[in-house]
Design a protein. Sequence first.
Lengths: 464, 318
Amino acid sequence: MAYGATSGAASVAKLDFLLNLIGKTDISMMERDNFVQDNYKSINFDTLIEMLDKETVLKDSLVTKTSIDQDNTENLVREIYEKVLEKGEPLPTLKKKAHLKFLNYVISSPLPEGYTVLDASHPWLIYWCCNSIKMLDQDLTLETKRAISNTVLSFVNTETGGIGGGLNQLGHIAATYASVCSLALSEDEESWLKIDRKSIYNWIMNHLKQPDGSFIMSIGGEKDTRAVYCTLCVASLLNIITPELIENTANWLSSCQTFEGGFAGTPQDEAHGGYTFCAVASFCILGEPSMILPKYCNLDSLIRWTCMRQYQLEGGLSGRTNKLVDGCYSHWVGSIVPFLEMTIKGVNKELISRAALQNYILNCCQLENESGGLRDKPGKSVDFYHTNYVLCGLSILQHKYFFNSNLDKGTIDSAAYCYNCNTINNLNIIEIKSENQLNSIDPIFGLPLGIANSMKDFFVNLDS
Amino acid sequence: MEMDDFSWDDIEPCEISSAGTSGVEICNIQYSDEYKLVMGYLIKLMSLKEYSERALILTDQVIKLVPAHYTIWQYRFDIIKFLKKDILKELEWCERVALENQKNYQIWHYRQLLIELYINNNGKFKPEFEYPLIDTMIGEDNKNYHVWAYRKWLVEKFNLYADQREIFFINEMLTKDIRNNSAWNHRFFIFFNNNNKEITKNLIKQEIEFTKNAIDLAPQNPSPWNYLLGIYENEKFNLNLKDLEPFLLKYSNIEEELNDGKIEPLIISTFSLEILAKIYQLNNLSEKSIKIYNLLADKYDPIRKNYWHYKRDNLISI
């Protein structure tokens, strides 16, 4: 299938650029045409050329640490992209088998001693790996599902309330979020019944909830937008969300938006991708994006800040102004985009370059060899955190989301469960090859789409 | 002090098992024997609610191995409180842990707890005590989010907004790297925070001048542009974006481009173009704005083509 990228003067310039790049400046017209036939096949390829082509545009000469770091990253990325262009189509694809091998190893055998550093993050390991496996379209075995629920339930702290990061640990709302997500992935309804929801509710209300509407992570722990997001997800999925629980919360979140447009961990800190996702997704648990975001955010500056996170040469997303791209922001920043696109008016409703981000993910976040796992950027090693969030970002950019108010459950958080999506089928935006296609995820909860709804329905039915 | 300096005969440590037997059936970590032993004692002591020197030694070992172990941090804090330990000494311990592991973010919250406790017990705490550590940590990583957030907390806690050391620190950071956005953010916080009741015209003028000079050094640096927009778009300050036009034209000689002039236009900042488009819109010159958005989309900032088209189409629909 030939994509019509070769029309017009711009494409001639692009072609010259490319030929120059690979040292073929002196060739006949026929060779040229053949080259075009062989190489211009998709918007993805065309976008890649454009990313490299425009990279010299408007660059300051002043050298500082920031510009040195940025140049180093650009050099690593450019080297990869130039090799890809030289090879031509087909472009590198998602190494699904290798990623599954990497993930299946983790859930089937004990982890080496080096993972001790994650001893307070067990539920996260389970969530990252199992969620990634589902996105890659592998079902979890019955055995794995049982193992997930048994393990997570063993982390419940009956003394403090809440779920801890491992055995004998204090309840922690981030660990509880990852645990509830893991239980949702286990689809083990029997284990869902074993969660003491009342004690989790009391723990949240008596220990985590702050008078200003925010939450702290654990008894004696820190307060930030992450804690708000984790609390709202947990309370919503377990159907223990009440008007008292969310009192003042939207106002507090609102105070975390900075002059730059993104959100910070606490008021007046620096705008940051992770915290901005937490704030935006939290708002969208409380209401429909097009209603609640304009009410509590400066929408213009939020959209601007979000779009500014994408970088010309890399195509990837950064987490803050003047910081480097990192694959994990494909999710933290990339997953803000659907909410914004559902909020804005207009015909196209496209805000970032999906093709450029997909190029970054497929070319720069996978290892050069055949090993699995995904990473921050070239030169970094893979880990489970990046594997999950890079895949989430890839999945999100491959789908177009819709808010379907017919799905309203009649609960105060019903807006969180009204999302549908389609795989993007528009070759002017992005080409999604079947090898690269991932299952869709829920933009709020970061779970395979439908799983959060099942858990919510289960508890709504139980409570009615 | 080490583990061997204490007697453990009265304690039967909890069994920390490896694979399979603990109830952890997935993502089970193969701990070292040493870690199992230390954790075994720690969990036992925690369950007995023992707040002792020997427990303190164990928390030190675990925290150095697993910096994110919030349960052990909390236990350590409870021990310090119970034994009425010298908090300044504990802050020094905490400092060593920080310097050994840059990525350890738990320490900043822990320091806050310690300082709050110190104030409760002793009344006055000197915030200067914190500067050497902050300086060292920022020296290692000039955009360390947690350290900047901690500095903000310190300013709020001790009302240091007007302290000359703050602005001196910020200026030093920006002199080293004018693109350090964390420093710009801290600057905005110091001058334009919600507690500042004295945001004078002079201050605003001074900051606009400072920012313009920064832009001059590197016109494509987003940080000062965001800062400038942050000031101009703050309704409380009652400023008019249009006043920026002459300044903006220095970086985007847009008239040439818009009038299809023969002279190659001098465009050295996408941000000046962007703000000019806003100004033309305010002046009801939407056509000019549309041309600028097209220029940004096609020529000067193509990665954001969709965003610039969105801005453009918004204008058309008005």
